[in-house]
Design a protein around this ligand. Structure first.
Ligand code: KIV
Length: 275
């Protein structure tokens, strides 16, 4: 059964934990979808993981559409959420609507995700009013890395915790169907989760949120440039890949690969005439 925003609402009401993983390509999306994960996020973390940028700031609409469309082709049941990249919505409601529309029409998204709380409330409302489901994202919002001065836990002081709660209420009021809480103290995430009617999806926010999201390359041990404290490696696929690449190099160099079974045959009398 295809997952929809209604599934998210029902999951919160029933106390069923929601699962979300990022993906940036068709094959990975197919595997995640086949594993029964509720939602695939085409995160702008593709800037780090796929494109080798230091942060998500350089990611473009064209990048998100290109990768989003590939993921959408691989996801049959999971709800596909595509990130709106830096400066595709901060410049005003008109830009936000045009770009959210492109992610739906050209990227095949079921919903879009925007970073920010109170300050983008009206933008979220405009997108939702246009019939596009919005997943909000508060706490550590990586597109604002230059304003934050680094990847830091958010909401630790009384004022910062109060602001996070205000942001959570603002995005809910604007019509977001869910909100990602990134890098916030677990007890604060628990409080936000209890206060909100919409599901909270945590990343570095403890285990009392309504769901969890991780970057797939982090949880598979495929990306090691930067491994945040909140990442758990569920497999060491990076090591498996390195071993396979080395075995391939060895077999090509020794002549063991390709073997007979990997080779196409031709009748001897055909080839002999050409010598
Ligand atoms: O871009 C991304 O992968 C994200 C998740 C970390 C939530 O926004």
């Amino acid at each position: 059964m295809a997952v929809t925003v209604t599934t998210f609402k029902k999951a919160k009401e029933e106390g069923r934990k929601l699962t979300m993983l990022t993906a940036y390509d068709y094959s990975t999306a197919k595997l995640i979808d086949g594993a029964g994960i509720d939602s695939i996020l085409v995160g702008d973390s593709l800037g780090n993981v796929m494109l080798g940028y230091e942060n998500t700031v350089p990611v473009t609409m064209e990048d998100m559409i290109h990768h989003g469309a590939a993921v959408s082709r691989g996801a049959k049941n999971a709800l596909v959420v595509i990130d709106m990249p830096f400066m595709s919505y901060q410049t005003g409601k008109y830009d936000a609507l045009v770009n959210a529309g492109r992610l739906m029409k050209e990227g095949g998204a079921n919903a879009v995700k925007l970073e920010g709380g109170v300050e983008i409330k009206d933008t979220i409302k405009a997108i939702v009013d246009a019939g596009i489901p919005v997943c909000a994202h508060i706490g550590l919002t990586p597109q604002s890395i230059n304003a934050f001065g680094g990847f830091k836990v958010q909401g630790k002081t009384e004022a910062a915790a109060k602001k996070l709660l205000e942001d959570a209420y603002a995005v809910q009021e604007a019509g977001a169907f869910a909100v990602v809480l990134e890098a916030v103290p677990a007890k604060l995430a628990t409080l936000v989760t209890k206060k909100l009617d919409i599901p909270t999806i945590g990343i570095g926010a403890g285990n009392e949120t309504d769901g969890q999201v991780l970057v797939y390359a982090d949880m598979l041990g495929m990306f090691s440039d930067f491994v945040p404290k909140f990442v758990k490696r569920f497999a060491n696929v990076g090591d498996v890949m390195t071993e396979a690449f080395k075995a391939y190099k060895d077999e090509v160099e020794s002549g063991a690969f390709p073997a007979e079974k990997n080779t196409y045959a031709i009748e001897d009398d055909v080839i002999e005439k050409l010598y």
